[in-house]
Design a protein around this ligand. Structure first.
Ligand SMILES: [Zn+2]
Length: 280
């Protein structure tokens, strides 16, 4: 059984001290590809280094909405250079985030040192990157928090990549799934949706069309429920939880259970979907 992690951040410094163990565990559970998403100009070189060292890693380069406010004046030129140098690369992580602008506490440690870009500025940065994915027909990985309606309207009116695009950790309303799928969306399931407080999302992922379903870890971010955490890692020096990407295997099993299919049947479907969207 081949497994595919549609969205993560393997280049992250939180995982770097554990690489030998992490990559051995990924191979042991059958992970064939893992898409490592750069989120700012600062981490793109690390994505490239990792992709060169480990064929399991598919690189992706983008400016995340959290990092949009700190992009350099030459960010577009730098993104084009990263994509030109890595022909298998995708565009991501890109997107829109209204939690950051409307709900986050100003002292939230996750936003420390970042200039919060207003939604208009995030939209501009997102649309430029999405247009690039459309023009080159590249896979793209989209983050969206508290902005599903806006994202839908932007996608509807934009030129879109012929191959489709990924709404990673889609957590919007179930009623919008059909309209987004019609525009070309794929949806990746994260184990964090199995948290008891997020029961609504289990309904959403039971209803996603089988040919648009993917699975992800977002590692090292996001905490799976402890029952699914088969590969624990020590926390960071600041005491932050670190999600091991091999927890993907338990995520597949949980999603298969939720959809009432065998893990093998789910893995076969997800493999087809992954190869259709990402091409490798
Ligand atoms: Zn991510």
């Amino acid at each position: 059984m081949n497994l595919y992690d549609a969205h993560n951040h393997l280049q992250d410094a939180w995982l770097a001290p554990h690489y030998p163990r992490v990559f051995a565990d990924l191979a042991a559970v059958g992970v064939r590809r893992a898409v490592a998403n750069g989120s700012s100009e600062a981490d793109w070189p690390d994505v490239t280094t990792l992709a060169h060292a480990h064929p399991v890693v598919l690189p992706s380069y983008g400016v995340h909405p959290w990092d949009a406010g700190n992009r350099s004046p030459s960010w577009q030129k730098n993104l084009l250079a990263a994509l030109d140098a890595n022909p298998h690369a995708g565009v991501g992580e890109i997107g829109l985030d209204r939690w950051m602008t409307d709900r986050a506490k100003p002292d939230d440690p996750r936003l420390a040192g970042l200039r919060v870009a207003p939604i208009e500025e995030q939209t501009e940065v997102f649309l430029w990157q999405f247009a690039l994915a459309a023009e080159r027909n590249l896979p793209s990985s989209i983050h969206c928090v508290d902005a599903t309606g806006l994202l839908h309207d932007l996608l509807r009116d934009a030129r879109r990549p012929a191959r489709g695009f990924l709404l990673h950790s889609y957590n919007g309303p179930e009623e919008m799934v059909a309209a987004l799928a019609k525009l070309g969306a794929y949806f990746s399931f994260n184990a964090n949706f199995l948290d008891a407080r997020r029961a609504r999302l289990r309904g959403v992922y039971a209803a996603i069309p089988a040919d648009r379903l993917l699975v992800e870890t977002d590692a090292p971010s996001v905490r799976p429920p402890s029952s699914l955490e088969k590969f624990p890692l020590p926390p960071t020096a600041d005491g932050v939880h670190v999600n091991h990407p091999a927890n993907l295997a338990a995520t597949y099993a949980a999603l298969a259970d939720l959809r009432g299919v065998t893990t093998e049947a789910l893995a076969t479907q997800v493999e087809k979907n992954f190869l259709r969207l990402f091409g490798h």
